[in-house]
Design a protein around this ligand. Sequence first.
Ligand code: HPA
Length: 278
Amino acid sequence: MSTQYEKLEKCYEYYRSVTDFAPKVGLILGSGLGGYAKNMTVVKEIPYGDIPGFPVSTVQGHDGRFMLGYIGDVPAVVMKGRVHYYEGYPMEDVVLPTRLMKRMGIEVLFLTNAAGGINRGFRVGDFMMITDQISSFVPSPLIGENVSELGDRFPDMTHVYDEEVRRWIEETAQEEDIPLQKGVYLQTTGPNFESPAEIRMYGLLGADAVGMSTACEAIAARHAGVRVCGISCISNMASGISEEELSHLDVQSVADQRSGEFERLVTKSIEKIGAHTG
Ligand code: HPA
């Protein structure tokens, strides 16, 4: 058994020792969604620090815990605070939480984040449903011994963001009258924001938005056979597209301003996902 798998199993054993809750949907909260708890019925909270071997996030505004409960009547596990590669954890630790949620039983993973807009048709505050991703600028979370209990050595990535789930999200956005852009998300390592030349390059490569999370989590989830979907809140236009200098505080502040509508879009989408996946 690989060391990483042993670590995962220890985390899972701890989880099982404190609850028998079986979530169907996993939700990772990005910037601005820190107050999401009010949209769900929480039955149990597990601070990351209580889970043996679990990576604990250090970023401002990311207070780390799993919240277990119901979104509508959909059993869900919600991650308040995620772990980022730029914090110094190896990629396999960055995706440990994703793998643990798979172990808890999730079938669908809903990823959210704040991202910089590269597509000039976007505006600050827009929501972008992620249709595909570019993860080539960060190491694959699958490097190293393959955890065959989770998935194949060479998993396919043709359909990272599940087409059927995407349709449900689009329907939800229409029903809720929330404008929804679509596009390709590119992950960088961070923690520095990009230079204007880098953003021009990423735009030429086909990226519509850039951020410092998500793509690696999507790969780990697909590896494990979990259906994936994701929405970015465009918290700023990327470097050089806007003349303004970028700051984490500004990112946080736009994401916070958009939190009400973001929460509604995510909640209603998950209710629809739950209704379709029974
Ligand atoms: N770049 C990278 N990550 C981000 C950005 C950005 O402009 N905005 C929010 N997260």
